[in-house]
Design a protein around this ligand. Structure first.
Ligand SMILES: Cc1cc2nc3c(=O)[nH]c(=O)nc-3n(C[C@H](O)[C@H](O)[C@H](O)COP(=O)(O)OP(=O)(O)OC[C@H]3O[C@@H](n4cnc5c(N)ncnc54)[C@H](O)[C@@H]3O)c2cc1C
Length: 434
């Protein structure tokens, strides 16, 4: 049995930042199902929102609410926006290098459904820049241990709540991890979909375990489809960032005519694209990046240019075929404003959690921010908690002899995946029947 004060399941931006916000006196174990670089946080292209100044507050709030169809939790939105400068200040203190103007001030870009420029970026690899700096910091802390290729396969639950998790190590051995507090930071669910921009190993494992133990879930039928991914034969759909459209890229039908406003919210634009594909009898529409000045295109979107070139397209000379794909999960394990789940000793942060901030549809570049803001709040809340003797005792008496039940891991994974898919369809049907 491994023993730790805090177990964080997931090494994306939410898990790492949460660990960094905890006191150095806490023994922290971060586990990740794959290697540390393989998280969606490394894939984020467009950027991270920040409140530029008070004059933008109302507009930012309204844009977030409008994108979420006004189903957002207003308090969560307020917290996210008001905490954005603090989070960005932490990031720059860790060495995150956001793009700057010649005078040294931060540069801002714009994406779909934002009414002004309020997104910080680092080329078109903002997520990699942020998450690799967080990782660097975490590796420097002697109180933080990171175990790669270590998968949470179950939670350890007693009458006192969550007391850790059962994990499968890289060598396939199964081991319990006892922890005072466990944090689910397992990201999204894209691995359950044939076409998704997410890493394939992100399969909503935390949701399956929440279902197993009756931990409350919220809005699990709210799944975002990104309107523009490269139409190509790839394991993971390659995102053509929204900020490309924010900077002027256009969408065309099969005859080369524009058919929509490119800056509509994601869900609305996705519907427009599907409708156009149906009308044209095509599997994609065209996106034209040549409308962006070439200097701007090359300096802001080098990663997109390179990837498209590798797939046979020169975006400076031709249009690229794009198609919608699963991208983001607005629903998840229900949490309060401090990221507590309905089970004692268990928190959830990042894309796995649902604090209602995104409502029915996420506004572009709000997810890195939301992940970080509420991961920090989780850390602060955990730090305020005091262990009761009764809970400590109950966690200690957990038996390890039940590990026999973890014999057929492939079958267990298939069962978890099916349960999550079924849960999402049932939630969708229930909403449809309301
Ligand atoms: C292509 C792409 C572009 C994006 N662009 C942007 C953008 O520009 N701006 C923005 O704000 N957002 C963007 N997003 C969304 C954003 O990147 C994610 O929502 C955010 O990074 C989620 O962070 P996270 O920490 O919750 O999860 P992740 O970064 O996905 O990390 C999840 C972690 O959980 C681990 N894990 C999963 N299951 C288990 C298990 N059973 N046991 C152990 N470990 C497990 C994984 O290995 C991984 O380490 C983008 C997403 C994608 C896919």
């Amino acid at each position: 049995m491994i023993e730790t004060d805090i177990l964080i399941v997931g090494s994306g931006c939410s898990g790492l930042y949460c660990a960094l916000q905890l006191p150095p006196t806490k023994k922290i174990l971060i586990i990740t199902k794959s290697t540390v670089e393989n998280s969606d946080s490394f894939l984020a292209q467009g950027g991270i929102c920040m409140l530029r100044d008070e004059s933008d507050y109302d507009s930012y709030f309204e844009d977030t609410m409008r994108a979420g169809h006004y189903e957002n939790d207003r308090k969560s939105v307020e917290i996210m926006i008001n905490s954005s400068q603090d989070v960005v200040s932490d990031l720059t203190s860790y060495g995150v290098d956001f793009h700057r103007e010649p005078d040294g001030s931060l540069s801002f870009t714009r994406e779909g459904a934002h009414s002004s420029k309020r997104i910080l970026f680092h080329e078109d690899i903002t997520g990699k820049e942020i998450t690799s700096r967080l990782l660097e910091q975490a590796r420097k802390r002697p109180n933080i241990t990171i175990l790669e290729n270590t998968k949470m396969i179950d939670l350890m639950v007693t009458g006192a709540g969550c007391c850790g998790a059962v994990v499968e190590r890289a060598d396939k051995s199964v081991e319990p991890v006892s922890a005072d507090t466990t944090v689910l930071a397992t990201g999204g669910i894209g691995g359950l979909y044939p076409h998704s921009t997410n890493y394939r190993h992100l399969t909503g494992d935390a949701l399956a375990l929440a279902m197993k133990y009756g931990i409350e879930l919220e809005n699990i039928d709210y799944v975002q489809i990104h309107p523009t991914t490269l139409f190509a034969d790839e394991e993971r759909s390659f995102l053509i960032s929204e900020s490309v459209r924010g900077e002027g890229a256009k969408l065309y039908d099969k005859n080369g005519n524009r058919f929509t406003d490119e800056l509509l919210p994601r869900d609305v634009l996705t519907e427009k694209i599907y409708a156009q594909m149906k009308k044209d009898g095509t599997e994609f529409v065209w996106e034209d990046l040549r409308t962006i000045p070439e200097d701007e295109l090359k300096s802001h979107f080098p990663n997109i240019i390179t990837h498209c070139r590798e797939m046979g397209y020169d975006v400076t000379k031709e249009c690229i075929p794009v198609v919608p794909a699963q991208h983001y999960f607005m629903g998840g394990v229900k949490v309060d404003h401090d990221s507590r789940t309905s089970m004692t000793g268990l928190y959830a942060v990042g894309e796995t959690a649902c604090n209602g901030v995104h409502g029915r549809n996420r506004l572009a570049s709000n997810s890195l921010l939301e992940s970080l803001v509420f991961a920090k709040r989780a850390a602060k809340a955990m730090n305020r908690e005091r262990k009761t003797p009764e809970r400590a005792l109950r966690c200690r008496v957990l038996r390890t002899s039940d590990l026999k039940e973890y014999g057929n891991m492939d079958a267990m994974a298939r069962l978890y995946h099916r349960q999550v898919r079924d849960g999402i369809s049932q939630a969708r049907n229930r909403r449809g029947n309301r």
